[in-house]
Design a protein around this ligand. Structure first.
Ligand code: PGA
Length: 266
């Protein structure tokens, strides 16, 4: 009986709600939004809260987040440390301006900027070397889902992204499952659809690494998450957070998602 009870004790995963601001907000708008947001989520104690503004607003954001419970992240990084790479930004530079997190391999980068599983892997290694906490995005397109290739696509993205990554490094990584057809479209994956893929990802991590890594890894869902659907999504056993686009641009909506997360028993 004792053994059984121990077995039933839930995992210790802390819900992570991250805002991906994409190409939105000037530095002054960043300051305004963060003043509202930090006030609105000040009482949240259980949830890891992250905002990822554009590169040029990171220092403004860092200052606005001082002595708040909201962490700072970036939306991308380059894999080289320094040198003749015009227009690029390194992990060390992000760390130096106060970033703790960095999003890698978002589907918009795959779609518009030729991101591949191989470049995701290079960026991931650079992020880890710089001491950043990576949020690695995976997800299938509508066509891939309709042709019943979801699991193959996810499996390939996962093994490509995490090639050569140690189990110790995996402990620092968050995965975001974002079905491309649900991003910015208002179409959310149903909690059951999302849960099915999250469970698959967790199982895949167990196979590639080990049971403990797989039980501890945070898997966020992303794609039209809003205050009205957050609680149900986050209530699924394998959904440990959200990567939020549109709804993160409004303090009340993003705080509403954080408040939903605070209500999850865990
Ligand atoms: P969305 O974007 O919440 O606007 O669908 C999510 C994302 O792309 O990370």
């Amino acid at each position: 009986m004792i053994v059984y009870s121990i077995f039933l004790v839930g995992n210790m995963r802390k819900i992570n709600i991250s805002g991906n601001w994409k190409l939105n907000k000037t530095a002054s708008e960043t300051k305004e939004l963060l003043a509202e947001l930090t006030a609105a989520v000040a009482g949240a104690t259980k949830t890891e809260i992250v905002v990822c503004p554009t590169f040029v607003s990171l220092t403004t954001a860092r200052d606005a987040l001082q002595s708040s419970n909201v962490k700072l992240g970036a939306q991308n990084l380059f894999w080289e440390e320094s040198g003749a790479f015009t227009g690029e930004i390194s992990g060390t530079q992000l760390k130096n301006v106060g970033c703790e997190y960095v999003i890698i391999g978002h589907s918009e980068r795959r779609q518009y900027f030729n991101e591949t599983d191989a470049t995701v892997n290079k960026r991931l290694k650079a992020a880890l070397n710089a001491g950043l906490l990576p949020i690695v995005c995976v997800g299938e397109t509508l066509e891939e889902r309709e042709s019943e290739n979801t699991f193959t696509v996810i499996e390939n993205q996962i093994s490509g992204a995490f090639a050569g990554i140690s189990a110790a490094a995996m402990a620092k990584i968050t995965i975001a499952y974002e079905p491309v057809w649900a991003i910015g479209t208002g179409k959310t994956a149903s909690p059951a659809q999302a849960e099915e893929v999250h469970a698959f990802i967790r199982n895949k991590i167990a196979n590639l690494f080990n049971q403990q890594i797989s039980e501890n890894i945070i898997i966020q869902y992303g794609g039209s998450v809003k205050p009205s659907n957050a609680f149900e999504l986050l209530s699924q056993p394998n959904i440990d957070g959200a990567l939020v686009g549109g709804a993160s641009l409004d303090a009340e909506s993003f705080a509403g998602i954080v408040h939903a997360a605070e209500k999850i028993e865990g």
